[in-house]
Design a protein. Structure first.
Length: 358
């Protein structure tokens, strides 16, 4: 089964083109991951993070979406399509990854809840330090008797995840010290995500040629197509179960289906032996293409039909949501400013005057 997912040998490590270009590709993967994590850290405000920890709906949604729903979905798809151990590990790894920055960009385009989007992405990234290796260990048991699973580098996966804490922490510090610089870095990281994925796909295709695509089973293409689509549906259903308003449902939907493919690519490329993983480190790139295309269709459908569809019956819900977020901001206000207290004092004075007049 292992040979069905490997391209013909041709480089020093058994993978064609493994040399200077491949090492350059590894460096690009590492840099892309650092830029992504830096941008994620720059998007996190400590005041918002503290408020979300006091009301951990976003953290709970991230936990359920990224480390309950998506790994289980990846496992079931791998079984359904009878994948061999190499393809199954690649799919499980992608399904166990935390949320990616693409969801933040797409949530912005569909008028989603950006605070919720950023908190879910950041929370799932931190939770991944423990839960991602755990999910891989649990769901790979079905293929335990195979060479690749026996050599599954859980320690290297954990080390790669831990290394992402440095750029995230640096980004949080930049946000605290230089908010304008942080805003610029967030924009750079979001758009560089799309550019990096295109470059990675072109470089990999150039390095391995048409034979690469021919050695990826058709079932893997089907999973790359179905998995993000099912993730979007699961996320929307999960948000509906929590009785969230429409704009939050769209946010949770995108957060669930959009995985951190840079992290998945980095782990596959940097921690697995190339002669064992073969061409399957291309899976996260295929997933990225399909998740971006499907999210783009989501955005297009919302721009064409969604706004008009939500206005008549969602106004009440939106108003309730605004009130709840105002309350949340009032809870944050004592830590950051005195505006809310002053507003409440003015309100109380006006109320007393009105009572005197009566």
């Amino acid at each position: 089964a292992l040979s069905s997912a490997q391209p013909p040998t041709g480089g020093p490590d058994g993978v064609p083109g493994e040399g200077a270009l491949s090492r350059g590709l590894s460096v690009l993967v590492g840099l892309a991951l650092c830029v992504t994590m830096l941008g994620l850290g720059c998007a996190v405000e400590l005041a918002q993070l503290g408020a979300q920890l006091r009301r951990p709906v976003g953290v709970l949604l991230a936990l359920l979406a990224q480390f309950a729903a998506m790994p289980l979905l990846a496992f079931l798809l791998a079984l359904l399509f009878a994948l061999d151990e190499v393809a199954a590990v690649a799919v499980l790894l992608c399904g166990s990854c935390p949320g990616g920055n693409l969801s933040n960009l797409m949530s912005l385009l569909v008028d989603g809840d950006m605070n919720l989007s950023i908190i879910m992405t950041a929370s799932s990234t931190l939770l991944a330090l423990l839960l991602m290796p755990l999910c891989l260990w649990i769901y790979s048991r079905h293929w335990i008797n195979t060479t690749l699973v026996q050599l599954l580098p859980l320690g290297a996966v954990s080390l790669t995840l831990a290394s992402t804490l440095l750029p995230i922490g640096l980004g949080v510090l930049i946000r605290h010290q230089r908010p304008r610089v942080a805003d610029l870095l967030v924009k750079v990281s979001l758009w560089s995500l799309l550019v990096t994925l295109v470059i990675l796909f072109i470089l990999t295709g150039t390095m391995l040629g048409p034979e690469l695509l021919a050695h990826i089973p058709a079932a893997v293409y089907a999973i790359a197509l179905l998995m993000p689509l099912a993730g979007y549906a699961l996320g929307y259903g999960l948000a509906t179960l929590f009785a969230l308003p429409p704009h939050c449902r769209r946010t949770v939907s995108l957060e669930t289906g959009c995985q951190n493919v840079q992290l998945c690519t980095a782990i596959l490329k940097l921690t697995f032996p190339p002669q064992l993983i073969g061409s399957m480190y291309m899976f996260p790139l295929l997933y990225a293409l399909f998740q971006a295309a499907e999210a783009g269709l989501f955005v297009l459908a919302y721009k064409m039909y969604g706004r008009e569809g939500y206005k008549p019956d969602a106004l009440g819900e939106e108003e309730d949501t605004d009130i709840s977020y105002k309350k949340l901001k009032e809870e944050e206000a004592p830590d950051t400013s005195y505006g809310t207290v002053a507003a409440e004092e003015r309100g109380s004075v006006q109320l007393e005057v009105a009572q005197t007049a009566l």
